[in-house]
Design a protein around this ligand. Structure first.
Ligand code: 5GP
Length: 120
């Protein structure tokens, strides 16, 4: 089963403004900020405001409005970053094999260069 949500995780602390982040977008459903260790010229994280451990938790538990609002925010952030023309990659890591480090559901947006094939 899924672990319980840990309200002390680093993204929860960013949501509560207890620690700083380079915020670029916020609405009622989502917050976006730059990754602290960027792995592409553009590397942004988008998180829902609700307490979901991972995509599994979000998919199973979030309401339709929260899910739609989150994905609308993902697209809007990419658009505002100028990535819609050239394109970009959206990725989420889940659990140990997925390499998830922070237990608050988030998607990565990578862009700013041709990214090549997955998992390279
Ligand atoms: P994942 O959980 O998807 O494997 O990766 C978590 C991501 O969060 C990593 O890319 C890491 O660089 C980023 N990250 C970890 N701690 C912080 C932080 O305190 N601030 C920001 N902006 N990013 C963080």
């Amino acid at each position: 089963g899924l672990p319980p949500y840990d309200p002390g995780n680093v993204f929860a602390r960013i949501l509560r403004s207890e620690i700083p982040a380079k915020r670029i977008y916020e609405d009622e459903h989502a917050l976006a900020f730059h990754d602290i260790a960027p792995k592409a010229p553009v590397h942004v994280l988008v998180i829902p405001k609700g307490e979901y451990v991972s995509v599994a938790d979000f998919s199973a538990q979030a309401g339709a409005e929260a899910v739609a609002g989150f994905w609308r925010a993902v697209g809007e952030v990419a658009r505002q970053l100028g990535l819609e023309g050239p394109g970009y990659r959206v990725l989420t890591n889940m659990g140990p094999d997925g390499g998830q480090e922070v237990p608050h559901f988030h998607v990565h947006i990578f862009g700013g260069r041709a990214l090549g094939p997955m998992l390279s």
